[in-house]
Design a protein around this ligand. Structure first.
Ligand SMILES: NC(=O)c1ccc[n+]([C@@H]2O[C@H](COP(=O)([O-])OP(=O)(O)OC[C@H]3O[C@@H](n4cnc5c(N)ncnc54)[C@H](OP(=O)(O)O)[C@@H]3O)[C@@H](O)[C@H]2O)c1
Length: 301
């Protein structure tokens, strides 16, 4: 099986590469091969590469910048997945796509279900919703993996930002009224590969397709996540500058894009359909902290 994997340089794309190789031959492509900001070129590239399965974690993920770059965000996150999905449907090729908790308006405190009504607060969220709709409209076999608060020991993410700041600053201020599940790219990749392995026995996503929530188990705030990162670094002998972490409200930390307060995604469908119980966010964090990623960073910077 030839698997086309996009977003080779991203958190989820790079985490997927190795586990996906257990499922088939992975053709990992970056924007130089497949540029999602040019949806008109996608079918030509897919005709040439002829994948049997497409896995598409590539996305425009600069949430605040998207407020000023609406056109490109919609091209990459909305139009490009639609073009990919139409090509996939026409060639009966299954598509795995990734989506986000930012589809929702963050109201209430009950976890969002797959069938909950999206009402994005940001351009990024709206562009991801457009991508989901375009994939559904294409009517091919697909799985849309909705995840949240993604991090890894590499890349640009909250884990690495907090680690860097904790090494440099005495005080940090971190938002405490947004609730969700920090989810490592590693556990996303592992779960997606487990799903694919189950589905390979039959027609991929013929019966168990559509959207699926897939995040770490448990819930916390960005503040709770920051405290866990800092504690974990201390336990591993990091010599930190930080002495005080102050919980603040979202309203005390204005950003260009509005984020949902309630980002929780209900995991029942994942458990019932695929019998997958995701690790708790604390366990997944331990795995990334065990890489001591900050050591090489402080040596080289
Ligand atoms: N990050 C999160 O907290 C989060 C939360 C929920 C859902 N998600 C979703 O999960 C998926 C994976 O996210 P991630 O965190 O792995 O993202 P990421 O680390 O920001 O990686 C994004 C990837 O997309 C590629 N890309 C961007 N523009 C492109 C273009 N025009 N053509 C081709 N490739 C392009 C990037 O390539 P370059 O390196 O060349 O820019 C990079 O490889 C995305 O669908 C995202 O929307 C993410």
């Amino acid at each position: 099986m030839r698997i086309l994997l996009t977003g080779a340089t991203g958190q989820v794309g790079s985490a997927l590469y190795r586990p996906l190789s257990a499922v088939g031959n992975v053709l990992s492509v970056d924007r130089h091969v497949l540029d999602l900001s040019r949806p008109d070129t996608i079918a030509i590239v897919l005709d040439r590469l002829r994948p049997d399965l497409i896995v598409n974690p590539a996305a425009y993920t600069a949430v605040d910048l998207a407020e000023d770059e609406r056109d490109i965000a919609f091209r990459v996150n909305g139009e490009a997945p639609g073009t990919m999905a139409r090509w996939a449907a026409a060639h009966d090729v299954p598509l795995v796509h990734f989506s986000t908790d930012y589809l929702f308006d963050g109201s209430g405190n009950v976890p969002w279900l797959e069938e909950s009504q999206p009402a994005p607060l940001s351009v990024y969220g709206a562009s991801k919703f457009a991508g989901e709709q375009a994939i559904r409209d294409a009517n091919g076999r697909h799985l849309i993996v909705r995840t949240s608060w993604v991090y890894a020991a590499q890349g640009r993410n909250f884990l690495r930002t907090i680690a860097r700041l904790a090494l440099q600053q005495r005080e940090l201020r971190v938002v405490t009224d947004q609730r969700g599940a920090p989810t490592s790219a590693r556990i996303i990749a592992d779960a997606v590969v487990r799903i694919l392995q189950q589905e390979l026995a039959g027609d991929l996503f013929q019966d168990r397709g559509g959207a699926i929530n897939l995040t770490a188990s448990g819930v916390t705030s960005w503040y709770g996540f920051a405290i866990a990162i800092i504690d974990g670094m201390k336990q591993r002998g990091a010599s930190l500058a930080v002495e005080n972490v102050r919980p603040i409200a979202t309203s005390d930390y204005p950003t260009k894009a509005v984020r949902p307060l309630n980002s929780r995604l209900d995991q029942r469908r994942l458990r019932e359909l695929f019998k997958i119980q995701m690790p708790f966010w604390q366990e997944a964090l331990e795995v990334e902290l065990n890489t001591h990623f900050w050591v090489s960073r402080s040596e080289t910077h």
